[in-house]
Design a protein around this ligand. Structure first.
Ligand code: NAD
Length: 397
């Protein structure tokens, strides 16, 4: 990292975790695709040197540790990593390995591009209109875990404090209410919005839409909206135009349009006017909901990648879990895992290799060569194995 920018060598070392359940099958299908694309794009000048690190159930069985310190250190040392899905430990102190990694590496933006590939089964009439990228703040909001059970002494104490010290109407705080806190901060809002705008500018995207419920939650979601606009105008004034400015005649030509929408309306908009939206910047809970709604519109878990990005580190992964039913059967859809690798290649700046893979996926699906999850919903499709799907992508690059 030089002056806050990544400087990528031609042969970067990248740590990877195979993952649990179907993870190893998916990795086995994916890695050859990444290697083939890089080789084809750069004729041997560039190459990824893969470094295996461990986490999850596999790691627990081998090292009696769900998340070894070496793994975290490897991600920190090499800055970029890719991982398969991990079994969430039950009955240990760790809530979720993904949350732990996000916190340890300060991966504050969960970035999920959602687009449709021709032929993928979809429940909507015009999935081709969906081409959005969600920037979900991943470290605060109601996900911060600041909450107490209704009958706990803490909840009781908090209710008392609110009533007596802050004069909250007791009718709003029934004795049997569980209590949760929703922190939304200026700093974390602004760094998320900064990433979203930078992404839009780097990739020539049209707009960033701030999704919030600020009409009701004024000082959290409403403040998020205001801080996002503030940041956009303070740091990107000559590169952005707000929707309000366009009402007064300002042109959007060559600029990124900054607009905002109320969260509930956003769910309508993605179905009725999907092609009018591009980048969405939002808080943790809204982001969680809208990501899954959009993913469903373009074919679901088999095809939706994600990345967790901070100022220093980035970790790429499929959105889906371990799909334990299909572990070891060479059957799961490696599409989402492979597309998370595409995001990683784009992050490295290796756009040519990334494009070869997306082209390969497009052509493979267009030929109706798909894994079981798509095959059962597509007429005339040929069901192929996880590894075969990987090979077909390489053949179709
Ligand atoms: P899941 O994503 O594993 O499975 C949900 C459904 O989608 C299942 O029907 C599954 O068969 C199907 N599916 C998932 N991935 C698929 C693929 N690549 N191809 C075809 N079908 C696929 O979610 P779950 O069952 O709720 O969770 C299983 C385990 O995974 C749990 O331990 C959970 O905590 C963990 N998990 C991990 C992550 C992660 O590491 N990022 C994310 C979600 C869940």
């Amino acid at each position: 990292v030089v002056n806050g920018k990544l400087v990528i060598p031609d042969q970067p070392i990248i740590p990877f975790v195979r993952g649990d359940g179907t993870g190893p099958d998916i990795w086995a299908a994916s890695q050859p695709v990444f290697d083939a694309a890089v080789a084809k794009a750069y004729g041997g000048k560039r190459r990824i040197v893969w470094l295996e690190v461990f986490a999850g159930e596999t790691s627990f069985k081998q090292f009696n540790n769900w998340l070894p310190e070496d793994t975290v250190r490897a991600f920190q040392y090499y800055h970029i990593g890719i991982k398969g899905p991990l079994t969430t430990p039950v009955g240990t102190g760790i809530r979720s390995l993904n949350v732990a990694l996000r916190m340890l590496l300060d991966l504050y933006a969960c970035v999920r591009p959602v687009r449709w590939y021709a032929g993928v089964p979809s429940p909507v009439k015009h999935p081709e209109k969906v081409n959005m990228v969600i920037f979900r703040e991943a470290t605060e909001d109601v996900y911060a875990g600041v909450e107490w059970q209704a009958d706990s002494p803490e909840a009781r104490k908090l209710r008392e404090f609110l009533k007596t010290e802050l004069k909250v109407d007791p009718a709003k705080l029934p004795d049997d209410a569980g209590m949760g806190i929703k922190p939304v901060s200026t700093f974390k809002t602004k760094r998320l919005m900064r990433k979203a705008i930078q992404y839009a500018l780097e990739r020539g995207r049209r707009s960033v839409t701030i999704m919030h419920k600020g009409n009701i939650m004024k000082y959290t979601e409403g403040a998020f909206r205001n801080w996002c606009y503030e940041l956009a105008l303070a740091e990107f004034r000559d590169k952005v135009v707000t929707e309000e400015e366009t009402w007064k005649g300002a042109s959007t030509a060559g600029k990124v349009l900054i607009q905002d929408r109320i969260a509930d309306s956003m769910f309508q908009q993605i179905q009725t006017r999907a092609d009018e939206y591009d980048i969405i910047a939002t808080m943790n809970l809204n982001g969680d909901y809208i990501s899954d709604a959009l993913a469903a519109m373009v074919g679901g878990l088999g095809i939706t990648p994600s990345s967790n990005i901070g100022d220093e580190y980035a970790l790429f992964e499929a959105t889906h879990g371990t799909a334990p039913t299909y572990a070891g059967q060479d059957k799961g859809n490696p599409g989402a895992g492979i597309l998370s690798g595409v995001m990683m290649l784009e992050h490295l700046g290796w756009k040519e290799a990334a494009k070869l893979i997306t082209d390969g996926i497009e052509r493979t699906i267009a030929k109706k060569l798909v894994t079981y999850d798509f095959a059962r919903q597509m007429e005339g499709a040929k069901e192929i194995k996880c590894s075969e799907f990987g090979r077909a992508i390489i053949d179709n690059m």
